[in-house]
Ligand binder design. Structure first.
Ligand code: NAD
Length: 482
């Protein structure tokens, strides 16, 4: 019998009297149901928001350093229950257990930086135009926050939103993805388990309409969203009607340019890891490799060899390095992209079809896939696939490589592998991306701004010092003392 989970409100699971329910299944075995969850409507959302509104004055009135101490205890609880949460994540999202553990570890290290912000919520003091007057700025919490998150990083992404929202004095409601509701609820339950005042952090489950109800709720003053560009656009429009600010982190079509690298072997290793972790379902996944025409054969061979070593399977099994895709829609979406690429003239080097034999038939498995002879006009070169698919694009000059790298609507992250300093410099200056890596995959660090430009991001980057600009307002104070 599946377990039924209410929303997490005011420190407890709360089941509405008349709820509609949806399920969450294991993508490695669709017969395994992880639980039944409330498809929250306006009323359930209002209950969660009322609760964070009530908790807001006391939390905003707690000093930043005291909030840091309370949240530190929440992190201790998260570290202690890391194994348990990682197993839930792998069963619900699909990624190999070690990746789930790493994700929680990364969330904790980003949060450690963020809790230090409790000591750094500073404004500035400047000269006044008037004598006997101090002119200064102070930061105040923006107001109750809604955090809406996707399924690919069901702990890291919520943590990237909740920790900065809370440390800056806001209360928050999380709406996790409808594909990973259990991981989201468990995370919020754990964070609430060590002294966080009740109602400071709640969670409601549901899909798009639940997210919309949150965005439209009059008491929500800021929306931090991660997900598809289409949903981000829709949220931005709705929020604009209420003049409410939005931080949106969206899709990517991230290039890696390989141009006389210091070591081809190292470049391939970095790119494979950046492209295939989480089965390629990362906004920062490298999905395009741009190379010199003369190097294509060597690079194709190196990638084909590295990809053949990835082992698909259930993420709870030892040795598995490529989990399933997270849901059936993803499986058909990724297959469709590959089929159309081949119809448009791309050459399939490896993979390409869903895995159906034996145990694979139970889940949503797609193999590591490599496509070559891809031109800039093809759909596969422009649209986000969000799966274990890498394409190789060949050009003659570095200028063409840079133009090709920029010729997409997205601008999240990018990498170049080269030993030529001038090529590296021109790439860093010319690439339209929020993050850029030289001789390194696209893994970001825990204290650096994270975000994109163009259709990949709006609002200050999350992670690192920029994120407090989203979660606080600046108040200018003129204090005439004599
Ligand atoms: P999605 O946009 O379908 O859903 C994301 C979240 O938004 C879910 O919780 C969903 O219920 C909610 N939602 C959807 N439409 C909404 C609407 N109109 N109003 C309010 N809420 C709405 O995205 P997904 O399929 O869960 O995730 C995949 C996408 O997320 C990819 O495009 C990926 O690139 C992007 N992503 C971006 C980043 C980043 O940091 N840039 C990180 C992870 C994922």
């Amino acid at each position: 019998m599946a377990e039924y989970y209410g929303n997490f409100i005011g420190g407890n699971y709360v089941t509405p009297r008349r709820a509609s329910w949806f399920d969450s299944v294991n993508p490695a075995n669709r017969e395994e149901c992880l639980g039944m969850f409330v498809d929250s409507g306006r009323q359930e959302v209002a209950e969660a928001v009322d609760s964070i509104v009530s908790a807001a004055p006391q939390w905003a009135g707690t000093s930043g350093t005291e909030r840091a101490a309370i949240l530190q205890m929440a992190l201790v609880a998260l570290a202690e229950r890391k194994e348990e949460l990682a197993r839930v994540m792998t069963r619900e999202q699909g990624k190999p257990l070690q990746e789930s553990l790493n994700e929680i570890g990364k969330s904790i290290s980003e949060a450690q930086f963020m809790l230090g912000e409790g000591y750094r919520l500073n404004g500035y003091t400047t000269m006044s135009e008037k004598p006997g007057t101090w002119a200064q700025t102070v930061r105040v919490p923006v107001g109750p926050v809604a955090a809406i998150t996707p399924w690919n990083f069901p702990v890291l992404t919520p943590m990237r939103k909740l920790m900065p929202a809370l440390i800056t004095g806001n209360t928050a409601v999380l709406k996790p993805s409808e594909y990973t509701p259990l991981t989201g609820l468990k995370l919020v339950e754990i964070l609430n388990s060590r002294g966080l005042p009740k109602g400071v952090l709640n969670a409601v489950t549901g899909g798009r309409s639940t997210g919309e109800a949150l965005v439209k709720h009059h008491a929500i003053k800021a929306i931090t969203f991660t997900g598809s560009t289409a949903a981000g656009r829709s949220i931005y429009k709705l929020a604009a009607e209420r003049l409410v600010r939005v931080q949106a982190e969206m899709g990517g079509k991230n290039p890696a340019v390989v141009w006389d690298p210091p070591s081809m072997q190292e470049a391939v290793k970095h790119i494979v890891s950046a492209a295939f972790l989480c089965s390629g379902q990362r906004c920062t996944a490298i999905s395009r490799v741009i190379v010199r025409k003369a190097d294509t054969a060597e690079i194709e061979q190196a990638f084909a060899a590295a990809l053949s070593e990835l082992r698909p399977g259930n993420g709870l099994e030892n040795g598995v390095t490529l989990g399933p895709l997270t849901n059936e829609a993803q499986l058909s979406k990724v297959s469709g992209f590959v089929q159309r690429a081949v119809q448009e003239g791309a050459r399939l080097v490896l993979g390409g079809e869903p895995l159906k034999e034996g145990e694979f038939a139970k889940g949503f498995f797609f193999p590591a896939t490599l496509l070559a002879d891809v031109t800039g006009e093809m759909e596969i070169a422009r649209e986000e696939v969000f799966g274990p698919v890498l394409i190789v694009q060949a050009v003659e000059t570095f200028e063409e490589a840079l133009a090709m790298a920029n010729n997409v609507e997205y601008g999240l992250t990018a990498a170049i592998f080269t030993k030529d300093l001038s090529v590296a410099g021109r790439f860093v200056d010319g690439i339209q991306a929020g993050m850029v890596h030289v001789n390194h995959g696209t893994a970001p660090e825990s204290h650096m701004p994270f975000g994109g430009v163009k259709a990949s991001g709006v609002g200050p980057g999350s992670v690192g010092p920029t994120t407090k600009d989203f979660f606080t307002d600046i108040k200018s104070v003129y204090l005439k003392h004599s």
